[in-house]
Design a protein around this ligand. Structure first.
Ligand code: PEP
Length: 246
């Protein structure tokens, strides 16, 4: 039985005050799903300290592939672990498309995260153009393969995978529940038997209104949520649906 995970990626949003308000809105959240939030780096200590004992986990949105040293501006996995993070996003499509992260670098980040005791949430997904030209499965298989080759099957299966079609992120266009299930099933098949324990999240314009249908799919084990995670009422509602549907 895979416990659903509802993960809120706050991206580059917030201020100390706004985050206090958002966290206030999440207090006493009632769900049997696991919940995690991913604030910008500088607010991690504030969020870790406020959420201590709440049952809500904290993750970072990115991590360096290097362990320590002369890498100005980078943040090491050990540091994230040291301040109380449990999760870290690796290979988010915005990192891939805007900051040029390639599969190999994503694989190094995945390995570095696990080495420090973090749980990486590996993001994979196709662009609209790739979908239109029938390359969806090949693109996702290649993204996954790069990490499988570097980290090994068992390590990948101990992480979390987030299927996020690029065309659905922040656009208001969600994959249908059937489209999501089809890709999630393919990902699980690629992982084979060890992948039965792996949580595969869907991400891309998830809201309270479409969450239940997505969560009802056999291979959808929760969601990675951007925009809607900045609204505590909406996020609470999504968390509730993860619990009801699973
Ligand atoms: C995301 O940033 O991972 C995401 C899925 O964003 P949104 O929910 O806003 O589409």
């Amino acid at each position: 039985m895979r416990r659903p995970l509802v993960a809120g990626n706050w991206k580059m949003n917030g201020s100390r005050e706004a985050i206090d308000l958002l966290l206030d809105g999440l207090s006493g959240i009632s769900t049997t799903a696991e919940v995690a939030v991913f604030p910008p780096y500088v607010y991690l200590p504030q969020v870790v300290s406020t959420l201590c004992g709440s049952g809500i986990d904290v993750g970072a949105q990115n991590v360096s592939e290097y362990q320590a040293g002369a890498y100005t501006g980078e943040v090491a996995a050990d540091m994230l672990s040291d301040i109380g993070c449990r999760y870290v996003l690796v290979g988010h499509s915005e990192r891939r498309s805007l900051f040029g992260e390639k599969d190999r670098q994503v694989a190094e980040k995945f390995v570095a995260s696990q080495r420090s005791g973090l749980i990486p949430v590996l993001c994979v997904g196709e662009t609209l153009e790739q979908r239109a030209s029938g390359k969806t499965l090949a693109v996702i298989a290649a993204q996954l393969d790069a990490v499988l080759e570097r980290a090994g099957l068992e390590s990948v299966c101990n992480g979390v995978i987030a299927y996020e079609p690029v065309w659905a992120i922040g656009t208001g266009k969600t994959a249908t529940a059937e489209q999501a299930q089809e890709i999630h099933r393919e990902i699980r098949q690629q992982l084979g038997e060890p992948g039965m324990k792996t949580r595969i999240l869907y991400g891309g314009s998830v809201k309270a209104a479409n969450a239940a249908e997505l969560f009802a799919q056999q291979d959808v084990d929760g969601a990675l949520i951007g925009g809607a995670s900045l609204d505590s009422d909406e996020f609470r509602e999504i968390c509730k649906k993860a619990c009801v549907a699973n």
